[in-house]
Each structure stands twice: as structure tokens, then as C-alpha cells.
Design a protein around this ligand. Structure first.
Ligand code: ZN
Length: 214
């Protein structure tokens, strides 16, 4: 059974893994499984409409598994209202094309909860690079979000504690932009949950099939 790497910025030829490559409107290669979105750091007010149109085209490709990463970031320079507008446009596309969202969320969990309540999306929202405490994790899961864990899980003991306390039903693993092998993240995650790597792999494969394969 293959490892799932739900979010990576690096193309790999590793046959043991299904990776979702993060693409942007300026990307050109859509030949392998990918997600595409406008990251809050990269919002350019004049380009929003053409970029959203481009994303809408790519979403119809067979290799497109998700929209993102997109999201909300209170620490970045982009105007927050503009971030919200662009994020909502991508939520709309996610619903229209029935593909999950991969979300970059910095100091914006309250907004995510609010948007979930008001927009009532059917598609799953995956909070990528999750590195907060159990309380935040459990509220996100309660609100129907999935959490994706990356390199931080191999280092941060607090995050390991969080991971131990949450259900694997809502979990993905990822390498993001880090130079780390997805297998080492699976190994760490399995040891925290006191599982065999194969058991964890099977579980995450199930999660993947549930939300990505239609
Ligand atoms: Zn990323």
C-alpha cells in the first residue's frame, strides 16, 4: 500500500508514494497529481480574476485532487479582507468541482470556524502543516476539518502529544516544502500512535479514498 503525501512543493519520482504536488497559477506542469490555489502570500489584486479562471480550468483535469494551498494568514502583508475574498472564491470552486481544500491557516482559526458555519461547505477542508495544541485540533475536527502533519511532528514534543490525542480518522501526513522523506514522518506518526507503519498507512489511505476519490 502506497504512502500518501497530501501536500508537497517538491516533485518526486518515488513509486512508493502518492504525492499531491502544490501548484500555483504560474505553474506549467500538471502531469502528476496536484492541487492548485492562490496562497495568501501571493495575492496580486489585479491578477485575481484571471488566476481564478485559470484555476477553474485546471480543476477539471483528472490529475487535480484539491484546491490549495489557499487560506488566511494574519502575519502576512496581504490585506486581510482581500485574503478573505480570495479564500471564499476558492471555497466556491471547491464546492462547484467537488474537490477538497488544502488550507494554510495562520492565526485565523476563528475565521475558519466562522466560515464553516456560514458557508456550510460539503467538501472537506484540510488544515495543512498543523502545529497547534489538542484543543484547537479537537475543535477543528469537531467542525469537520482534517489535519495534516508534517516535519514538525518529528521534532515538537507538544505536537506529538496533540497527535496522540486525536483520532486518526481526521489525519493526513505531508512533507510540505521541507526536505524530509515522507516515510520518516509515517514512522514517527506510527510510533506515537503505537501502531505498525503498515497499519497507519492503511488508515491514511482510507482517509484519502474517503475524501479524494469519487
Ligand atoms: Zn505548502
Amino acid at each position: 500500500m502506497k504512502f500518501i503525501n497530501v501536500h508537497t512543493h517538491h516533485k518526486s519520482n518515488d513509486n512508493s508514494t502518492i504525492s499531491i504536488l502544490n501548484c500555483e497559477p504560474k505553474s506549467i506542469d500538471f502531469s502528476i497529481p496536484f492541487s492548485i490555489g492562490i496562497h495568501p502570500w501571493n495575492i496580486n489584486e489585479e491578477k485575481i480574476d484571471p488566476e481564478i479562471n485559470f484555476i477553474e480550468q485546471q480543476l477539471q483535469l483528472k490529475n487535480c485532487f484539491a484546491i490549495g494551498e489557499c487560506g488566511l494568514d494574519k502575519l502576512c502583508k496581504t490585506d486581510y479582507e482581500l485574503q478573505l475574498t480570495v479564500f471564499k472564491k476558492q471555497v466556491h470552486l471547491s464546492e462547484k468541482y467537488q474537490k477538497p481544500l488544502i488550507i494554510h491557516c495562520v492565526k485565523s482559526f476563528e475565521e475558519i470556524f466562522h466560515l464553516k458555519k456560514t458557508l456550510k461547505p460539503q467538501q472537506k477542508w484540510i488544515i495543512h502543516g498543523f502545529n497547534k495544541n489538542s484543543q484547537v485540533a479537537l475543535s477543528l475536527i469537531k467542525n469537520g476539518c482534517f489535519l495534516s502533519f508534517g516535519k514538525a511532528l518529528t521534532i515538537a514534543t507538544k505536537l506529538q502529544k496533540t497527535f496522540k490525542e486525536i483520532s486518526l480518522d481526521a489525519v493526513f501526513l505531508e512533507t510540505d516544502s521541507d526536505e524530509i522523506d515522507i516515510i520518516s514522518i509515517y514512522q514517527k506518526a506510527a510510533s506515537i500512535k503505537e501502531l505498525k507503519v503498515e497499519e497507519l498507512t492503511r488508515k491514511i489511505h482510507q482517509n484519502f479514498n474517503t475524501i479524494f476519490i469519487k
